[in-house]
Design a binder for this molecule. Structure first.
Ligand code: BG6
Length: 492
């Protein structure tokens, strides 16, 4: 039985229509929603760009790209033909008024329908594009604008962008995308916590020793060096994806899962993060940068070479210790870690419980390790609870570690849709629950900025780590100094 229902017809306008994000993520996601009959016949996808293409050329090019970025088993020639017929290409220079007429004419063919403006372009264009949309009469109450991250590069620039876009669109029309919130596994954090009664009573500083959130990638920066070199892992991953995951782990139960309640609770977590001073940042935040190394047996270049900047001090790895200063989490450290060109791709949340209060079994019978709940976000989605059990056998009691495993793919026999599939449909439906509100983005920047400033003012370059490893040794020191270790090698 289908679990999807069609959304309203709309014009989906993508600024940056030939860019990497559009080709790799947005069009494949829309194609898959079309395949599942979620897009009404008259939904149009209008790619806007300065490239020298026309609609026929764009459709041709996208036929090839969809062949690359949609899994072969999901490609269906008839659906592909139908999907390609939805595509229109319009030449437009976002900052040049004189080039806006063709888009205006096209959109005015049916002025009543929902218009989604997806800004898959440089953040400096978010304000000018919004102004131009308004100036050409292309914004009404049913229009929505989607802003890709990064929203600025610090608090001041984020505010500037939010102000400029806010001159044209109401907050309820602005969808700031953080694709981690569209991941099945990330949404499942909410369900795991709040649709089961066994975990919530343990979910606090009485029972939990610490929390770890790791997002590690095998890929390097590849062709994105120009953007990445002005960003770095703190801006690219921590400010948004990892802090959003932290919020879902740490937040209080919202009264409802609706557009404001969830975001209100996440905001409270961001506001409760203990601000870092320069000294805190020096001690509790580690920056790393990958050098050449071996990933899956293949030699790969170092970051400086990939980014084509021999003097780059941009971090490709961050490990840090955060504190959520509230009643539930007082004294429970949250260790966050993310990096590119790591040994393997895996993302997980580890809830490390406290040890038993009294070690009843003599040491000769083995040790009881504190329980750990490992929630694996990707590549496989699952959950593993590490327990201690009695080793079977007649000769007295011996303790042995054992785990309870839940593998979602096996349990449900259903593939997980890509995050963008869910989020794009939410935009058309006008449901912003899984999008970042202005105050969340700004609270996240407020917390991250002192770390950025501390690194910018420091003589110390990011610690080097060879590609294909677990990051610099300082990251291990950061957690080991507190008598703890990163969860390694224990994944489903
Ligand atoms: C993006 C970052 O937001 O997320 C990339 O800009 C990163 O640098 C990517 O590679 C990771 O997303 P995922 O879904 O592959 O974990």
């Amino acid at each position: 039985m289908s679990t999807t229902s069609p959304v309203a017809p709309c014009d989906f306008v993508v600024f940056g229509g030939t860019g990497d994000l559009t080709v790799r993520k947005l069009l494949p996601a829309l194609y898959l929603r079309d395949r599942d009959d979620q897009l009404p016949t008259d939904t149009r996808i209008i790619a806007v760009s300065r490239s020298g293409l026309d609609t026929a050329g764009y459709r041709d090019k996208m036929r090839g790209e969809l062949g690359r970025f949609v899994a072969t088993e999901s490609l269906d020639e008839a659906v592909l033909d139908r999907f390609l017929r939805r595509l229109e290409f319009v030449y437009l220079d976002a900052t040049d008024h004189s080039t806006w007429e063709p888009l205006t004419t096209l959109l005015q063919e049916d002025a009543d329908r929902i218009r989604v403006y997806y800004l898959a372009c440089a953040p400096r264009l978010f304000g000018p594009i919004s102004e131009n949309l308004a100036a050409h009469g292309l914004v009404d109450r049913s229009s929505r604008v989607v802003l890709e991250k990064p929203i600025g590069h610090d608090l001041a620039s984020a505010r500037e962008i939010n102000d400029a876009v806010g001159q044209v669109f109401e907050e309820s029309q602005i969808f700031r995308i953080d694709h981690y919130l569209g991941k099945e596994s990330v949404q499942n954090l909410l369900v795991t916590r709040f649709a089961n009664s066994v975990l919530e009573p343990l979910w606090n500083s009485t029972c939990i020793d610490h929390v770890q959130i790791t997002v590690s990638e095998e890929l390097g920066v590849g062709a994105r060096g120009e953007y990445y070199d002005t960003s770095g892992a703190l801006r690219d991953m921590i400010q948004n994806h990892l802090l959003q995951v932290l919020c879902l782990v740490a937040m209080e139960p919202p009264t409802y899962v609706d557009r404001e309640s969830v975001r209100d609770e996440k905001l409270k977590v961001l506001q409760a993060l203990k601000p870092m001073t320069t000294e805190d940042a020096e001690r509790d935040a580690v920056a790393g940068q990958y050098g050449p190394g071996l990933v899956n047996g293949a030699a790969v270049p170092g970051y400086k070479e990939e980014a084509n900047n021999p003097d780059s001090r941009t971090e490709t790895f961050v490990a840090l210790k955060a504190e959520v200063r509230n009643w539930r989490w007082a004294g429970v450290p949250f260790y966050l870690r993310t990096g590119k060109r790591m040994e393997r791709r895996h993302s997980e949340v580890v809830i490390a419980f406290k040890p038993v209060p009294h070690p009843m079994f003599p040491g000769s019978q083995g040790t009881s390790e504190p329980n750990r709940l490992v929630i694996q976000l990707q590549p496989k989605e699952g959950m593993r609870l590490h327990m201690t059990a009695k080793e079977p056998g007649p000769g007295g009691i011996r303790l042995r570690p054992v785990s309870l495993d839940l593998n979602y793919t096996e349990a449900f026999q259903l593939p997980s849709p890509d995050a963008y599939e869910r989020l794009l449909m939410d935009v058309v439906r006008g449901n912003p629950t899984l999008f970042m509100r202005r105050d969340e983005v700004e609270a996240a920047w407020t917390w991250v900025e002192p770390i950025l400033n501390s690194w910018a003012g420091s003589e110390r370059a990011p610690r080097r780590y060879p590609a294909g490893t677990d990051g610099p040794s300082d990251a291990a020191t950061l957690i080991e100094r507190d008598g703890r270790t990163w969860n390694e090698g224990a994944h489903p």
